[in-house]
Design a protein around this ligand. Structure first.
Ligand code: PXP
Length: 238
């Protein structure tokens, strides 16, 4: 069975929106574990728009399942990762103005810049993954860079409809098979939700882990609403 890595960035988004101390990513992580998550993911962005450095260190101390840190290949963040020592690091591209990660990392074009970072992280026993487009060129670059894991970008699949969506699905399936033959662990993620997941699972082979965040946090807000309102009502009418 394919594993689920839950990305809890948007729990921190909610907290940062008000500058409060809640909701706590550490508490959310514990609930994810209770729900059966196989791993947890956070993205420490250079602009710190959601997850903060302290969250990373607190989560590293508190979680009992593998912690995957998404990050750009930026020296400041690399140093923090080496200090925090998450179980995995997934290198992603980052643009300041983007709403969320747009597209995969150009592993083929950025080989020279990626090599030393990958080597340093791996020397510390951190498993490194590259978040890439499902293309043979990017997969070949990942193999040459010696990483054990790739995360195939599913954002396009999630945005497309009809025949274009089917084409993208076939492209991801073929990339997964190519990566598997090359000995890579195949993860995937971005934009996956309760509606588009079944077709994805039917079509794509060799998946180890899916990293899913926004749709789970959004669903949690709705399924928790009745309880949250009840608790406030109880305070109003003791
Ligand atoms: N994988 C990677 C590399 C990402 O950057 C993200 C978004 O932070 C995700 C998975 C999760 O995407 P979503 O929040 O759309 O499920």
């Amino acid at each position: 069975m394919c594993k689920l890595g839950v990305n809890i960035d948007h729990v921190a988004t909610l907290r940062q929106a008000r500058g409060t101390v809640y909701p706590s990513p550490v508490e959310a992580a514990a609930l994810c574990e209770q729900g059966g998550a196989d791993g947890l993911t956070i993205h420490l962005r250079e602009d710190r728009r959601h997850i903060q450095d302290a969250d990373l260190f607190a989560l590293k101390e508190s979680v009992h399942i593998p912690l995957n840190l998404e990050m750009a290949n930026a020296s400041e963040i690399v140093e923090i990762a080496l200090k925090a020592r998450p179980d995995e690091v997934c290198l992603v591209p980052e643009r300041r103005r983007e709403i969320t990660t747009e597209g995969g990392l150009d592993a083929a074009g950025q080989r020279t810049a990626l090599q030393p970072t990958i080597a340093r992280l791996m020397q510390e026993g951190i498993r490194v993954s590259l978040f890439i487009e499902p293309s043979d060129t990017q997969l070949e670059a990942a193999v040459q860079l010696g990483v054990p894991i790739v995360e195939l970008h599913t954002g396009k699949y999630s945005d497309l409809i009809g025949a274009a969506r089917e084409e993208e699905l076939a492209r991801i399936a073929s990339a997964a098979a190519f990566g598997r033959r090359a000995g890579l662990q195949i993860n995937a993620g971005h934009g996956l939700n309760y509606e588009n997941l079944p077709a994805f699972l039917n079509a794509v082979p060799w998946l180890d882990t899916l990293n899913i965040g926004h749709s789970i946090v959004a669903r949690a807000v709705l399924v928790g609403m009745v309880q949250a309102v009840r608790e406030m009502k109880e305070l109003l009418a003791p």
